[in-house]
Write a protein that binds this ligand. Structure first.
Ligand code: SIN
Length: 298
């Protein structure tokens, strides 16, 4: 797909290059370390809503710049796993396999199952801004890709009878389920009472309406959705497993191969994602994420 010129401001131009997959676009010619004027920011937001995942290559951001740009999208969440945040920056959730002084510097095992960030909260995240500091390489090829699945494309492709079946139904999203599932891959302490208190199970509509675009999104994921509320266990199991398999079919997926300096924004209503763990130390991966607060699903 070609590079389309969508926005022009005097001598500066922002270009948007769709990935050619069901979702995703690269935004070119924007330096996020500089002041972003409102018109440019609005054009970025419009591209984000249209493409669901947008990314900027070759950025050089300080933690303050990463946080400041993220705040343009809304208030930032402070992650329930405070031990995984960058010291002095509670807004920056560190995802890394790096060990320093015998301790992981961030979350060793984030995102190894399909999920959308904070779907288990009453107000799931609007979007996340992920910045690549270090990317593992093998023979010059990047490892540690992230897969993104479009929840709008998945919803649209459902048979009409399934759309009717799920209309009005809610699913239970459980932090504890995801936490203990990820914990099997190692390194996590049991949840504290405070973490449990902050993350009771939450019911959200399965066919969720995107708060900005009005599009319907299939809002269930393998990582945290534990069951469908209000129906028998066997029926819940069969309906949920069918929806989960459908949501991540290859036709709905964009696979992002990271480069150092990438700043990528994903929409936590219109997409879900999965981190690929195909690297080991001494191959280092160091990423930092801000998580923008969202609204209660409807
Ligand atoms: C995450 O789910 O926040 C991490 C994704 C990744 O490491 O690629």
């Amino acid at each position: 797909m070609g590079v389309g010129l969508r926005y022009r401001r005097d001598e500066n131009a922002m270009k948007i290059k769709p990935t050619g997959a069901a979702l995703g676009a690269e935004i070119l010619d924007v330096d996020l370390s500089k002041e972003i004027d409102d018109a440019t920011f609005n054009a970025i937001v419009a591209a984000f809503h249209e493409h669901e995942v947008v990314f900027f290559r070759d950025q050089k951001l300080t933690p303050e710049q990463h946080i400041a740009f993220s705040r343009r999208f809304g208030e930032l969440e402070l992650h329930v796993r405070v031990d995984c945040c960058r010291p002095g920056y509670p807004e920056l959730f560190v995802v890394s396999n790096v060990i320093e002084n015998g301790k992981p510097i961030g979350s060793l095992d984030a995102g190894l199952f399909w999920h959308s960030d904070l779907c288990y909260m009453g107000e799931p995240s609007r979007g996340s801004l992920f910045y690549a500091h270090e990317v593992p390489l093998q023979d010059g090829r990047a490892l540690g890709d992230t897969l993104f699945a479009s929840a709008t494309a998945a919803y649209n492709a459902l048979p009409e009878e399934t759309k009717q079946r799920i209309s009005g139904l809610k699913a239970v999203n459980s932090y504890e389920k995801g936490y203990y599932r990820d914990r099997k891959s190692g390194g996590r302490k049991p949840l504290t009472e405070e973490q449990k208190r902050r993350t009771p199970d939450m019911e959200h509509p399965i066919a969720r309406t995107h708060p900005y675009t009005g599009k319907k999104c299939l809002f269930v994921n393998e990582g945290y959705t534990s069951r469908i509320a209000g129906i028998e266990d066997a029926e819940s199991e069969s309906l949920l497993s069918g929806l989960l398999a459908h949501a991540t079919e290859p036709r709905f997926i964009y696979r992002h191969q990271w480069r150092v300096g990438d700043l990528l924004i994903w929409d936590n209503c219109a997409t879900q994602h999965l981190a690929i763990r195909d690297y080991e130390l001494p191959q280092r991966r160091l990423m930092e994420r801000t998580t923008v607060r969202g609204a209660a699903p409807f």
